[in-house]
Design a protein around this ligand. Structure first.
Ligand code: PLP
Length: 460
């Protein structure tokens, strides 16, 4: 044990008097600064008692305290730069909002608002009134409502229309979405009974018809948004299911999942069914997410026949699943962008990303590589296949370009860790010992930050 080092440990006040800690105390308060100094000195003492020989100079203690204070004050939920190329990255917050939506949410957050107030009539209004007219005109439905997310929407639909009775579902559509949303389990939670028909790869109209009986409350179709059954496979189309359901006096319920309101051709989404197609099939109730292909905030949108939506609004579960004011403001603003058929492709970030031409992506990668090479970092512009993500359109690879950093001075794993450790973490992906930074998912300004951050790592 090093008695000399123990003796040289600085006093708390001595460290607090240093300039670095005075300004830290001004920013975060004296108590927090003092607590950090105390715990830093305690750590040093323990280290010395264990045989270590740490730097015990007051300056070194001050530096480590300021670093710890800064890290501790950094918000846990904070911005990241998505350089993964996965457009709807569930871990990175799915769809970034358009400017209009972010502004609307911020305005409503700061002030009182008309959440449940009819200003013209001077009396209580409905939370749902802000978007149901917009949804009806955009989707061509009789009525609509919104809840917290699409998992909540499915739960509410089943709890209202199936509870205590059966819904007929194809075995090919018993979907699991990440984070424990599974059709059989949601059905159980709702109090409804799942009546599975057909097989994994093939379900025929007759399979549904044979299952319909006294107990049947509905036919449910679930879009297999995060997987595809290919090869010797057959499913019954939404329009056919509507025909079957109506012949038996039943509603056809359709969990569409991703909820594309855009043109799938323009956005590289291939044969992804759109909300308009689902409505056109005649489905009685359609539900989908607000933050998948719609590109809005987390929400569950339920659209369809008024008689069914009215029943849902009266379900006590609705209160537990309700959407909050900031989300509602962001959703309304997002839907307003869709009122102009061209505007979404230039305003909704994920639609812009999905429709970026390859030349633009290559141009970005070349620009970033040129800047990094200028700073002496070895880097190549490479073509790659990116993903839509968020469990959407799983079989499609979107052609993209990446900056591949292959500078041997810092391994890909260490570079990745340093970039993730920043105040604004940078998330890329490692392939073949290189760090790939995908250009598709970058937002304005991100390239400058990437160039500066990577340069900084190699300058250390
Ligand atoms: C994503 C998805 C859900 C869940 O939606 P959230 O908005 O994530 O709650 C439900 N059903 C299907 C088919 C989905 O794709």
């Amino acid at each position: 044990m090093n008695k000399e080092l123990l003796r040289r440990l600085p006093q708390i006040d001595e460290v607090l008097r240093l300039n670095a800690l005075r300004s830290a105390a001004d920013r975060w308060g004296h108590d927090l600064a003092a607590a950090h100094v105390r715990s830093a000195i305690d750590d040093l003492r323990r280290d010395i008692l264990a045989g270590g020989e740490p730097d015990v100079s007051p300056d070194a203690v001050a530096q480590s305290c300021v670093r710890a204070l800064e890290r501790g004050q950094r918000p846990s939920l904070r911005r990241v730069i998505n350089a993964t190329g996965v457009v709807l990255h569930t871990n990175l917050g799915r769809a970034p909002l358009c400017e209009e939506a972010a502004q609307a949410a911020a305005d409503v957050a700061r002030r009182y608002n008309t959440l449940e107030y009819d200003a013209a009539a001077g009396r209580r209004g409905s939370r749902y009134s802000h978007v149901d007219g917009l949804l009806c005109s955009l989707l061509g439905c009789e009525s609509a409502m919104v809840v917290n997310n699409n998992a909540a929407a499915v739960l509410l639909v089943l709890s209202t229309l199936v509870r205590g009775r059966e819904a007929v579902v194809s075995r090919g559509e018993l979907v699991e979405i990440g984070g424990s949303f599974r059709v059989p389990e949601i059905m159980e939670m709702s109090g409804g009974i799942l009546r599975e028909v057909g097989t994994t790869n093939k379900t025929h109209p007759q399979d549904y018809v044979s299952a319909i009986g006294e107990q049947t409350a509905a036919i449910l179709k679930v879009h297999t948004s995060n997987y595809r059954i290919l090869g010797f496979a057959e499913e019954v189309s939404a329009a056919e299911l509507v025909g079957l359901a109506h012949e038996h006096g039943l509603p056809m319920l359709y969990d569409l999942g991703s909820g594309a309101l855009c043109d799938p051709q323009r956005t590289g989404l291939g044969d992804e069914p759109t909300v308009l197609q689902a409505m056109a099939s005649g489905a009685d109730v359609v539900c989908f997410s607000g933050d998948k292909l719609l590109g809005g905030p987390q929400a569950g949108i339920i659209a369809g026949k008024k008689q069914y939506i009215d029943q849902m609004k009266k379900n006590p579960l609705t209160r537990a699943l309700r959407i909050d004011k900031m989300t509602l403001a962001a959703l309304e603003a997002t839907l307003r962008v869709y009122q102009d058929s061209e505007k979404p492709y230039a305003h909704i970030p994920i639609l812009e990303m999905l429709s970026l031409p390859e030349e633009v992506l290559r141009g970005r990668a070349e620009d970033l590589c040129a800047r990094l090479k200028g700073a002496g970092v070895s880097c190549q512009c490479v073509p790659e296949g990116g993903q839509v993500g968020g469990g959407s359109v799983p079989t499609r690879l979107l052609p993209t370009y990446c900056a591949a950093i292959d500078d041997k001075r810092v391994s890909a794993a260490v570079l990745d860790e340093r970039l993730r450790g920043r105040d604004v973490p940078i998330v890329g992906r490692i392939a073949h010992d290189r760090l790939l930074l995908d250009m598709r998912t970058l937002l304005p300004g991100d390239i400058d930050e990437l160039a500066a951050a990577v340069t900084e790592v190699f300058a250390q």
